[in-house]
Every structure is written in C-alpha cells, then in structure tokens.
Write a protein that binds this ligand. Sequence first.
Ligand code: PMP
Length: 407
Amino acid sequence: DRANSIDAALRGRARRVIPGGLWGHLNAANLPEGYPQFFASGEGCRLRDADGREFVDLMCAWGPMVVGYRHPAVEEAARRQAERGDAMNGPAPVLVELAETLVEMIPHADWCLFEKNGTDATTACVTIARAGTGRRKVLVARGSYHGAAPWCTPSLAGVTAEDRAHILHFDYNDAASLQAAAEDAKGDLAAVIVTAFRHDMGRDLELPDPDFARTAREICNATGAALILDDVRAGFRLHLGGSWETIGVRPDLAAYSKAIANGHALSAVTGGDAFRDAAMRIYTTGSFWCAAVPMAAAMATLAELRRVDGPAHMRAMGDRLRLGLDALAARHGIGIRQSGPPQMPLLLFEGDSDWQRGAAFCAAALRAGAYFHPRHNMFLSCAHAPSDIDLALQAADEGFAAVARMG
Ligand code: PMP
C-alpha cells in the first residue's frame, strides 16, 4: 500500500522542510504513480527503494552510475584515499594523475580543471571562452540543457534579462540557423556550445549531424571563437575520447561530469592549448573542488571503463534492449519510437501527446521490477548484463500489456 509506505511518510516530512518536497529533476512528483522518491541502496544495476522494493535500473542515477552502484574497485579506491584525506589545504597527488589520464584519453585535451557539477563545468567553459576571445556572445541551441545557472537554466524564475543578454539561439542540427546566429553575433562571438547529441526532454533524441558539427567547427576556426562540447550527460558512454570523436569533430573546450567518477561528486573542463592562458586568467574555485576521494574514484572508474571497453558494452546492452522492446511492442500491436544512441536510449509512444501511454507503460514495468523513464533518455551501464536486460524486457512486457489495455 503506497499511501502507508515509508516513501510516503518521508515525502510528507520532506514537504514541510524542503520546498516542493525536492528541488529539480529528481523530484518523483514528475513521474507516474507508484515511483519511489527515496532509495535505500544500490548494487550493480539494481536499486532498492526505501520500502525494500528492488528494480533493474535503467536510469543509472541519471547518468553518474556507469560501472555499477558500489563498484568494488571504485569504492576501494575511494576508501583508500578517504583513509589518507579528502578535502585538505590543497589537492592530493591524485589530482595530477587524473589530469594526466584525461589529457592522455581525450585527444583535444592539453589540460584540465576539476569542479563539482556539470553546471560548474559548462559555466567555466563559457567564462574561459569569453576571457580567451575578449568577446561576449555565446550561441546556444534552443531547448538544449546546459545546467542550472542563470545563463542557461530552463526556468526564468529569478533570472534577469541581463543574465541572458549575450546568449543567441540556433536550432540543433540546423547548420543554416547556426550560421545565421553566428552572423548576428557580428564580430562579438565568444563561443558555440553544443551537447553531444540532441536530448531535449520529451522529444525524440537526435544524433549529431556531421555536417552541422563541421559547420560549428568551421565557424569557430574562422572567428577564433571556442567550440564547447557539453559532454556532461554523454561523456564516457559513447566514446572514451569525448563524444564527438564518434563523428570526427574536436572541440576547443569540453565539460564532463555525471559518469566521470561513478557517482562521486566531480566534474571536469578539458581544453586545448589555445585556451590555456584564458583558463589561467579566470577565477574559478570551490570549497570542495580539490577533494581527493572523488578523484581517486574517477581514476578507478576510468580504468574500469577502459578495461571492459565500457562504450562497446553499453552499446551492446542498449541494442539488446532496443531490439527486445521493438519485438514486444510489435507483439502487442503498439506503436513506439526509439531514438538516441543505444547507450542512452529513449522510448516514446506513438499518439501519446498527453504522455498517458508512457506513464501506463512505466508504472506497470515498475511494478514488475524495472525502472524506466517515460520522457527522459535512459542510461545503460557496464553493470548491465544480458540477463538484466532480459529481466527489464520481462517487465516491459507487462508495461506494453498495460498500454494495450488502454485501447
Ligand atoms: N549539461 C548537460 C548536457 C546535462 O545533462 C546536465 C545535467 N543533466 C548539465 C549540463 C548540468 O549538470 P549538473 O546537474 O551536474 O550541474
């Protein structure tokens, strides 16, 4: 009985002391009936909620979990660093090791900086681009998410027009609109910022069109503006050298977070030598940014991703899921659309403008033990084995049956 659950009691207490019960995108009020808000534990690709229900998880903490919840090698590295120190008067040696590792892994990177959140990293990229070019305008794709700071938050509450004064928009994958926006910037262009692929909430995902990506690169080459790749969401899932290695276009600056340390709090900015001096001149810091435990966790996470060829494994699991969902939907006679890279799949239903079919699918699949998302791209991990995908598909079968009952 969900009304008398531990989750419901916690939500009731939270509503009194936390505005709206929870800030931001992890608020389960945005999810169909029956989804838990609170989780007790995770292991591998399984999550247990506060009431003890277990799920095969297809959200991976919205990206950070990439090699498995409580991965033994990652947690061992974190624990060994924690025994020596975490936040200290300066960084631990692991800072240099991690920076060397990223510079070696990521072809465009000659240097990197570490921060805590994706927003820190995308915002620092913009600041570095402006410092390096001495210009102001930043081109952002309409509807793209780059974080929660005033220059980019999707909510305009508390944001002033001045915060957005130098942001110009284009349409993702539309080279002509990007060129037009660059012309509007009239010699004041500091940066073009793009996500790894188009992943606006609630619409089909779109892989980057190589012509569009090359146009972005050419505009930046011609003007000296920085091409910024916001790889916060996709980084280390599609390609270990940066997500646009898949289409052969290299950025000047890139932002990483989410998967970099398998859930430990860390983000990174990588950049080429052209922006090294600008990265030295901007002021960027934070109380916890040199903390050593997440960096040790990142070293172990990246080593594991390389050891198992994480992107290839996640692609194989994503393909298995996609094929299975297509077969089940066909058997139930239900129209679906699957989009995006297999490692970060999205499932939408035909004729579902009010999201009722997706909600019914997800609620039934959840009851059957798999945590899908109705509108946001999902995430695979190295902890998903074929047998886990098959369990998720068994739950999906229940989900499709529920949709079929809607008529
Ligand atoms: N950029 C992209 C593409 C993201 O997906 C996110 C997080 N969802 C961010 C930036 C912001 O990261 P954070 O929430 O860690 O600040």
